[in-house]
Structure formats: structure tokens, C-alpha cells
Write a protein that binds this ligand. Structure first.
Ligand SMILES: Cc1cc2nc3c(=O)[nH]c(=O)nc-3n(C[C@H](O)[C@H](O)[C@H](O)COP(=O)(O)O)c2cc1C
Length: 155
């Protein structure tokens, strides 16, 4: 059976991003899924309703995001926490999906990585009502990852 396509949105532009690593980890431990679009959020322009309303003027990255979201059966959002909130890159990508049905009915997992005490969790609460409004079905990660898996020490 073909893998299920999962849209991965990474809200970090940083080289060596821990959240990008988390998305790669999801791909590695996820059975039967293919994570697509890992860097598309970082290539989007700032959301502008004027551009959104003129489909002919959409930049390639916006088309790519919309197409991937339409194809995906699930979504993983890996967002940094900045100042106790989500990264603007993450919210910007979600804003570009508001005018589509791209997230509707899709299982959606929010994950974060941060060396900070809460591990980036405080980025999640502000995103939840927005994702829910777009029809995303928020899911939780159950269980624990084996120690060392996230940094690649154990496979
Ligand atoms: C301006 C700024 C603000 C930050 N604020 C927080 C914060 O409030 N809580 C937290 O846990 N980490 C915070 N961090 C740490 C980042 O979440 C951490 O560096 C994380 O690894 C960034 O994601 P990335 O590795 O995917 O780029 C902040 C980092 C920066 C640069």
C-alpha cells in the first residue's frame, strides 16, 4: 500500500533547527507515512490577503503549500517557541491555509523542541484554536521516544 502523505510544516529558518530535526524524526519513526513540504513554510512570503485573492499572482511557494495541503492526509506542525508563543513563520504558514480546506478533517500533530524548560510547549496553546477553526483534528503523541532517538544516537 502506498505511504500516506503527511504535510510537515517547520516554523524555523535556522540552520541546525531542532524543529526541523523533529520533523525528520517523525519521518523516521512514522510507519507508512511520507512527510512532505518540510521547508515550504520558510519559503513563504508574509501573508497578504490581496495576493491570496489574486490566484494568478501566487508565488510558487504558496501554490506548493496549498497543493501539498490538499494532497496530505495528515499534518505535523513543528514550531519553535519564541517569547512564550509560536514562531511567526509557523503562524504565517497557517494564515496561508485559512482560505483553503487544506487542513479540514486532517489529523494534526503539534510538536516543538527547545532547550528551554517547557521544551517549546508554550507555543502550542495559541495555535490550537486557529487550527481547530480550520477544521484540523488535533491529535496527541502517545508514549515516549526511546532516550537518544531524537539526537540520532540510537536507531
Ligand atoms: C528570540 C528567541 C526567543 C525564545 N523564546 C523562547 C521561549 O520563550 N521559550 C523557550 O522554551 N525557548 C525559547 N527560545 C529558544 C528556542 O525555542 C530554541 O532556540 C529552539 O531550538 C528554536 O527552534 P529551532 O531549533 O527549530 O530553530 C527562544 C529563542 C529565541 C531566539
Amino acid at each position: 500500500m502506498a505511504d500516506r502523505v503527511v504535510l510537515g510544516l517547520c516554523g524555523s529558518l535556522r540552520q541546525g533547527s531542532l524543529n526541523a530535526a523533529l520533523l525528520r524524526l517523525v519521518q523516521r519513526v512514522g510507519t507508512g507515512i511520507t512527510v512532505v513540504g518540510g521547508d515550504v513554510a520558510g519559503r513563504l512570503p508574509l501573508f497578504n490577503p490581496d495576493v491570496e485573492n489574486d490566484e494568478g499572482s501566487w508565488p510558487a511557494s504558496v501554490r506548493e503549500l496549498r497543493d501539498l495541503a490538499a494532497r496530505a492526509e495528515g499534518v505535523v506542525v513543528a514550531t519553535p517557541e519564541y517569547a512564550h508563543g509560536p514562531a511567526g513563520v509557523t503562524k504565517n504558514a497557517i494564515d496561508w491555509l485559512v482560505g483553503s480546506a487544506g487542513l479540514a478533517g486532517k489529523p494534526t500533530l503539534l510538536v516543538s523542541a527547545s532547550p528551554g524548560q517547557a521544551g517549546g510547549m508554550r507555543a502550542h496553546a495559541p495555535l490550537m484554536p486557529t487550527l481547530t477553526l480550520l477544521g484540523a483534528v488535533l491529535v496527541e503523541l502517545r508514549g515516549r521516544l526511546p532516550r537518544g532517538l531524537a539526537d540520532g544516537r540510537r536507531r
